[in-house]
Write a protein that binds this ligand. Structure first.
Ligand code: URA
Length: 212
């Protein structure tokens, strides 16, 4: 897996405020939105484009536009939903499919409870949105699912990752033969015994949407 930790002062600044337990939900949602837009800029460096020529008021100009098939954004419900708009600011024509995954808080393994994706994923570049790459179980399952459905490249965009989660995803996906990459704002120290990232930012879904 190709891993890109985005090293940028604006990313670090916004992430620091996200981590702060005193940041309220509206501010947390706004900063998530802004941070994801910055991460999207890096995550779409390989988005497929095709050559076009347009007519400026002065002359013809060669350029590019996004090539079909449309990129696919896949937020992992619930917390990944808080990242969707931030990505759509830069990729407004992408299609969006949803995967609902929850981790069992005892086994820490993921279970899929909802799936709403376009029928044909063949050849799609997919962008998986999940703020916290913690144990890695959810991300591995989501990537395996999208590969089985025919996606040709998968990029995960996360706010934070734990080294243990990255190691697990790399091991789980060792035999996957499509390119998989991770774009993340920071890799933290470790997971604690409850599967939370340390120092992390707490439960991203709760901080976005409230405790359920
Ligand atoms: N999910 C979260 O929301 N936070 C963590 O620290 C780990 C998993």
């Amino acid at each position: 897996m190709d891993i890109h930790v985005v090293d940028h002062p604006l990313v670090a600044h916004k992430l620091t405020t996200l981590r702060d337990a005193g940041t309220d939900s509206p501010t947390f949602r706004r900063l998530t939105d802004e941070l994801v837009t910055l991460l999207t800029y890096e995550a779409t460096r390989d988005v497929r484009v095709e050559d076009v020529t347009v007519q400026t008021p002065v002359s013809a100009a060669k350029g590019v536009r996004l090539a079909p098939p449309k990129p696919l954004i896949v937020p992992i419900l619930r917390a990944g939903l808080g990242m969707l708009e931030g990505m759509q600011h830069l990729l407004p024509t992408a299609e969006v499919g949803f995967l609902g995954m929850i981790r069992n808080e005892e086994t820490l393994e993921p279970a899929t409870y909802a799936e709403r994706l376009p029928d044909n994923l063949t050849g799609r570049q997919a962008y998986v949105l999940d703020p916290m790459l913690a144990t890695g179980g959810t991300l591995s399952a989501a990537v395996e699912f999208l590969v089985q459905r025919g996606c040709s490249a998968i990029t995960a965009i996360c706010l934070l990752a734990a080294p243990e989660g990255i190691a697990r995803v790399e091991a789980d996906l060792a035999d996957v033969d499509v390119p998989v990459s991770l774009v993340v704002a920071a890799v933290d120290e470790r997971l604690n015994e409850h599967g939370y990232i340390v120092p992390g930012l707490g439960d991203a879904g709760d901080r976005l949407y409230g405790v359920v």
